[in-house]
Ligand binder design. Structure first.
Ligand code: NDP
Ligand code: 8X3
Length: 253
């Protein structure tokens, strides 16, 4: 039976690829992001390619009132969210902590941590009530291995892992699964956002290594969601073959 799958940050990269994977699987999609035109484009593509049922809502996950309003609208419209995929996130900058722009630090915290917990706080009660559901949080290898210039981004992704663990404990008596997906280097718009539109610097991140693609993470996320009810994948870390830790990467010159 088609499930209702709510994906945050579905306008590009990993979130968009996950939307395609689940739509192709026959699931219904609830997609959010800040860019309305991108939401409309992704919706049109999913409807055309897979005849999918897709709802889109423009939402900035950092805005407390907006998150509760839109999530309540979503629940009224779709009634049940079967799977929530907290994917919206970003890194801004790559600087020593002592030099970091405070605004960038706070935007990362607000998006990657506050956004995730605000959305989940709205959706999880319905899962608890229906005694069914799956929350999949997109963490990062950065949450396991801190690296130079990324103290705050790494901390936000460590928080994602710990929040997932806490949610799993608090719902242990329910038929609810919680998974943290921790990808390494994935070639998306991530670095262009991090370097504020500097395409040259962004492309260098993926030079000399066959990086993961968003579709790799999407395939694995669908696999996680398609396990039998008694199987819960709690955590999964995925890296390119030539990546050994967060920043131990072998590049061909
Ligand atoms: P992209 O930049 O391609 O996608 C980021 C998505 O997050 C966009 O859809 C963007 O939508 C959304 N987003 C950002 N801020 C907000 C906000 N305030 N409210 C709602 N949506 C928001 O990057 P990725 O696909 O790579 O990133 C997706 C997730 O994967 C992030 O959490 C990232 O940290 C994580 N990740 C990425 C890795 C990588 O190497 N690329 C590796 C490990 C984890 P919009 O701009 O329309 O709001
Ligand atoms: C994104 C992966 O290694 O660029 O989470 O931080 S990394």
């Amino acid at each position: 039976m088609a499930r209702n799958v709510f994906i945050t940050g579905a306008t590009s990269g990993i979130g968009e690829a996950i939307a395609h994977a689940f739509a192709q699987n026959g699931d219904n999609l609830i997609l959010i992001g800040r860019r309305k035109e991108r939401l409309e484009a992704v919706q049109a593509e999913l409807e055309t390619l897979y005849q999918a049922t897709v709802w889109t809502y423009q939402l900035d996950v950092t805005k407390v009132d907006m998150v509760s309003d839109i999530c309540q609208k979503i629940l009224a419209e779709v009634e049940v969210v079967d799977i929530l995929i907290n994917n919206a996130g970003l890194a801004l900058g790559l600087e020593k902590f002592q030099d970091y722009a405070v605004e960038d630090m706070l935007t990362m915290l607000d998006t990657n941590v506050k956004g995730l917990l605000l959305v989940t706080r709205q959706i999880l009660p319905q899962m608890v009530e229906s005694n069914s559901g799956h929350i999949i949080n997109i963490g990062s290898t950065a949450g396991i291995y801190a690296y130079a210039g990324a103290a705050v981004y790494s901390a936000t992704k460590a928080a994602v892992k710990v929040l997932s663990d806490g949610m799993r404990i608090d719902t242990v008596d329910k038929n609810i699964k919680v998974t943290t997906v921790q990808p390494g280097l994935v070639e998306t718009n991530f670095s262009e956002v991090r370097f504020k539109g500097d395409k040259q610097r962004a492309s260098e991140v993926y030079q000399g290594i066959q990086a993961l693609q968003a579709t790799d993470i999407a395939d694995i996320t669908l696999y996680i969601a398609n396990q039998p009810q008694h199987v819960q994948i709690s955590d999964i870390t995925i890296m390119a073959t030539k990546q050994a830790t967060g920043f131990t990467i072998h590049r061909e010159s």
